[in-house]
Design a protein around this ligand. Structure first.
Ligand SMILES: [Zn+2]
Length: 446
């Protein structure tokens, strides 16, 4: 329902990232000077290059800004408009069929997303001839920092900030889940923020489509340990969107207390810390657990819940905040609140109002006030389809499919981009690979 409201509220983020502290560890955008004029020369064998005769624009790799699970992100200047953007290199794509499928899935997701709180692809660099095609380069919006850096920084994090961040995390998550996508690695470092407090969920290297068939096994090598849901810690072979909601609950508590809620040394200790807070779970909450995990819980002493300690996280841990937190940190995934239901909690009313009063792209101002969108938290227009994956049987076939996908994606768009091999950072950029290569990439992932 559209309605009007006054525009008297101040922007929420004034002073959150003051002056030069902006993204201090994140190598925020800085001018690198004009990109070389003219079109680049013949294709190189090591970098992305266009087929001979294709007009293209060389880009200057500037500096690395982050390392995800399966890729390296650099800050670059788009020579077409001088805009600073992020360039993600997806290396080792064609090492084996598993990595080929995973990268293609991530690439298709980045091109599928159309939501302000989810990072999406602005462009893909032109691939070389298929024989030289080894890496994929995706351009996304450049964000100045991430929630991890904000939480560990000395910058103030007020209740207003927490509400507007949490609102955006859940708004993005509702969209992802409505598309049938599980992120599977929600953590503060994967929540990019800029100086206006806009937040975008990123890094879909572990994301996958929800598995409707409970008899199909899914990998447990997901989610950074501190944010891992109890059902995954307990070895459940099938899980759903509730694992992402658990992660968001942990992040909510971390924003309130400015420290990691469950910071354990091992997965077993992680589970112990969770039961210290929530109490020993009933058997009904452990039906999908593996035998060993269930035995571990039952062997230990019976623990009563101690949820009242959540009130001691900070002054911001009001009754309303703790109420919502306790709905997200529920041991039994079937009883945990969903992302879309969490958005209906009164704690998020102010975050919603602030977001749509001065931060969003979906509402606009007229002299008489603000015209609000009809749908504050939109769902995806259609589910993300992964039916192509069944027919992907070889690395070469995957290579052809991805090459065609990128070429078709670019058709009718702006002048294609490539990396300028003359730039000072080119050699480092070409050599840079993923920070760590997850075990998932070498195993059959589900
Ligand atoms: Zn809006």
């Amino acid at each position: 329902m559209a309605y009007h409201a006054g525009t008297g509220r101040q922007p929420v983020c004034g002073g959150l990232f003051p002056g030069s502290d902006l993204g201090h560890k994140y190598f925020c955008a800085e001018p690198t000077g004009a990109a070389p004029a003219g079109l680049s020369a013949a294709p190189t064998s090591s970098g992305p290059a266009a087929p001979a005769g294709t007009p293209r624009h060389p880009m200057e790799p500037d500096r690395p800004i982050g390392y995800g699970a399966f890729g390296v992100v650099w800050s670059v200047t788009d020579p077409r408009d001088g805009r600073k953007v992020a360039l993600k290199k997806m290396p080792n794509v064609f090492q084996n069929l598993v990595s080929c499928k995973r990268v293609f899935r991530e690439l298709r997701m980045l091109c599928f997303f159309k939501h302000d709180n989810v990072l999406s692809a602005l462009d893909i660099l032109q691939p070389p001839q298929i024989d030289c095609f080894e890496e994929i380069y995706v351009i996304t919006e450049l964000m100045q920092s991430d929630l991890h850096k904000v939480i560990v920084s000395p910058q103030p994090l007020t209740t207003d900030h927490i509400k507007v961040f949490l609102y955006q995390i859940l708004r993005g998550l509702k969209y992802l889940h409505s598309a049938g996508i599980l992120h599977r690695d929600i953590k503060p470092g994967n929540l990019l923020v800029n100086s206006n407090c806009l937040l975008k969920i990123c890094d879909f290297g572990l994301a996958r489509v929800e598995e409707p068939d409970p008899s199909r096994h899914m990998t447990q090598e997901v989610v950074t340990q501190y944010y891992r849901a109890p059902e995954v810690l307990m070895g459940s072979r099938h899980y759903g969107a509730a694992i992402d909601v658990w992660s968001v609950g942990c992040i909510f508590a971390e924003m309130l207390g400015r420290r990691i809620l469950f910071q354990a040394q091992s997965p077993i200790q992680q589970l112990d810390l969770i039961t210290d807070l929530l109490g020993t779970p009933p058997l009904s909450a452990m039906v999908s657990a593996c035998e060993g995990a269930r035995a571990h819980i039952l062997r230990g002493p019976h623990k009563p819940p101690s949820l009242s300690v959540l009130y001691m996280l900070s002054e911001g841990a009001t009754h309303e905040a703790v109420h919502l937190l306790c709905r997200m940190l529920v041991f039994d995934p079937n009883k945990r609140i969903s992302g879309s239901d969490a958005l209906l909690h009164p704690y998020l009313d102010e975050g919603r109002l602030r977001y749509h009063t001065c931060m969003c792209q979906c509402c606009y101002s007229v002299p008489s006030g603000r015209v609000y969108t009809r749908d504050f938290e939109p769902e995806a227009e259609r589910p993300f389809s992964h039916s192509y994956e069944q027919s992907l049987l070889s690395v070469w076939q995957g290579k052809e499919l991805i090459h065609r996908f990128i070429t078709e994606h670019q058709q009718g768009k702006r002048v294609p981009l490539c990396i300028n091999p003359q730039s000072a950072a080119f050699k480092t950029f070409i050599r840079s690979t993923a920070w760590h290569s997850s075990k998932v990439s070498r195993k059959e992932e589900r």
